[in-house]
Design a binder for this molecule. Structure first.
Ligand code: ATP
Length: 444
């Protein structure tokens, strides 16, 4: 485990504008993070890649965007009001709070050795009130998962799209959990984003479809360039399964920190995504609680039944963190240390940086700016003339920019620019007229 690597990634995130501490000028809100200009691009690219792979490239999954606020009865039916608890203990001396699961046999505070309170149940849902009156009748929750928004729309999808089983719904959105032990940068926070699929299947097909989704989701991470050695599948033991699940496999990443609690199973191996067979628990529960029949009618076999649900549920923030850690590289170049984020081309926040070699030559600057305007129409392109070329290259390497295009004196005559490749640092001259095509080809 390389905790030092984590410090370097956190420092790069702040220095270069990927991730900032929330409300920093007020001392920061603990364990809450804001995504800066490069962070939001990386996050959007990741979400786009997910959406493309699970919605656009398939015929059987449809997108959705449900509200964060839902009818309070949803959370009673789902089991969250009764079951979404962690046990916590407080230290009577230093007042620190611990998850009982992390304390194991320890009876003393791990921080100061003080006496601990008895473990008490703590519901992880954020409660608030809807409307002007703050009474129990108006209590409402911030959703702790996006999934329920898809279950309660099952009938709407059947009525509007008339899909045949198996089919799925996909959604990306914010979720909130009042975690007892948040931490490890963006790994465990109280506000985070999920990417979830609810895939409805005939009960007898559920085991097979679970395996197919585990493979598909594992390969998605690999295709985004995550190192194979840092990725594994971990089936849950029977004692670990959630109350609604028959089986679940986590896709884990070997983070450079040790995680306590949660699903960490030793060292830095921690959950990026869980793929569960939720059986027919959700549709049954919502049918009973709402009084609406959420069974599926197969008009070929004339059977009526509750479909099972396979749920691949991943975290946007955890994936972004894993990708940043995985892409971080330090290379010795002569006497210098080059820090480079080797992000996959679809994920890199900036595709091209146009850099004039001499910023005091108006013709060079003009040509470089014109080129930037032109490229911007097709790909994320930035212009930078605020330093010497070596410094500009280093800056772009640190944010993972794929190509640096340098315009120099020679360019004015031969109408060519130098293209430098991020990973190899190799340079080649490319005709300016052909540059857009050349780069587009590389990026697709
Ligand atoms: P953990 O065991 O780590 O608490 P979980 O099993 O409770 O996670 P799920 O309910 O399966 O998590 O949520 C699906 C995904 O949402 C997780 O795989 C993770 O990527 C993300 N996620 C869950 N809780 C958090 C959190 N507090 N902060 C950031 N991401 C989270």
């Amino acid at each position: 485990m390389n905790e030092n690597l984590m410090d370097k990634v956190v420092s790069l995130c702040k220095r270069r504008g990927f991730i900032f501490h929330s409300s920093e000028i007020y001392g920061g809100l603990s364990n809450t993070w804001d995504y800066g200009p490069y962070g939001v691009e990386l996050k959007n690219n990741l979400k786009r890649s997910w959406w493309k792979s699970v919605v656009y490239e398939r015929d059987d999954v449809f997108g959705m965007d449900a509200a964060i606020l839902m009818h309070p009865k949803v959370w009673e039916a789902s089991g969250h009001v009764d079951n979404f608890f962690d046990l916590k203990s407080d230290c009577k001396s230093c007042k620190k709070r611990f998850k009982a699961a992390d304390l194991k046999e320890t009876k003393k505070c791990p921080e100061c050795g003080g006496e601990l309170t008895e473990a008490r149940a703590f519901n992880l849902m954020f409660k608030t009130h809807q409307g002007a009156v703050e009474d129990a009748a108006n209590a409402i929750y911030l959703r702790p998962e996006t999934a329920q928004g898809m279950f309660v729309n099952f009938q709407n999808i059947l009525d509007s799209k008339h899909p045949k089983l198996p089919f799925g719904l996909a959604q990306i959105g914010k979720a909130f959990r009042n975690e007892i032990t948040p931490g490890n940068f963006t790994f465990r926070t109280r506000e985070f984003e999920q990417m979830e699929i609810e895939y409805f299947v005939r009960p007898e097909e559920a085991d097979k479809k679970l395996e197919e989704w585990i493979e598909a989701r594992f390969n998605w991470y690999l295709n985004l360039g995550v190192r194979k050695d840092n990725l594994r599948r971990r089936p849950h033991g029977k004692d670990e399964l959630a109350h609604y699940a028959k089986a679940c496999t986590d896709i884990e990443y070997n983070f450079p920190f040790s995680t306590k609690g949660g699903s960490a199973s030793g060292g830095g191996w921690s959950e990026l995504e869980g793929i569960a067979n939720r059986t027919d628990f959700d549709l049954r529960q919502h049918s009973q609680a709402s009084g609406k029949d959420l069974q599926y009618f197969d008009n070929v076999t004339k059977e009526k039944f509750y479909p099972y649900i396979i749920e691949p549920s991943g975290g946007v923030d955890r994936s972004v963190l894993a990708l940043l850690v995985d892409a971080y590289n330090e290379e010795k170049v002569k006497d210098d240390l080059r820090v480079v984020l080797k992000l996959h081309k679809d994920l890199a926040p900036v595709k091209v940086a146009v850099l004039p070699l001499l910023r005091n030559r108006p013709e060079i600057v003009e040509l470089a700016k014109k080129l930037t305007r032109d490229l911007k129409k097709k790909m994320v392109t930035v212009y930078d003339d605020t330093g010497a070329i070596g410094k500009l290259y280093r800056r772009q390497d640190e944010v993972g920019t794929l190509y640096c295009v340098t315009v120099d004196v020679q360019s004015l005559e031969d109408k060519q620019a130098t293209v430098r490749h991020r990973d190899t640092m190799q340079q080649e001259r490319v005709s300016i007229d052909n540059l857009k095509n050349y780069l587009e080809e590389k990026l697709t």
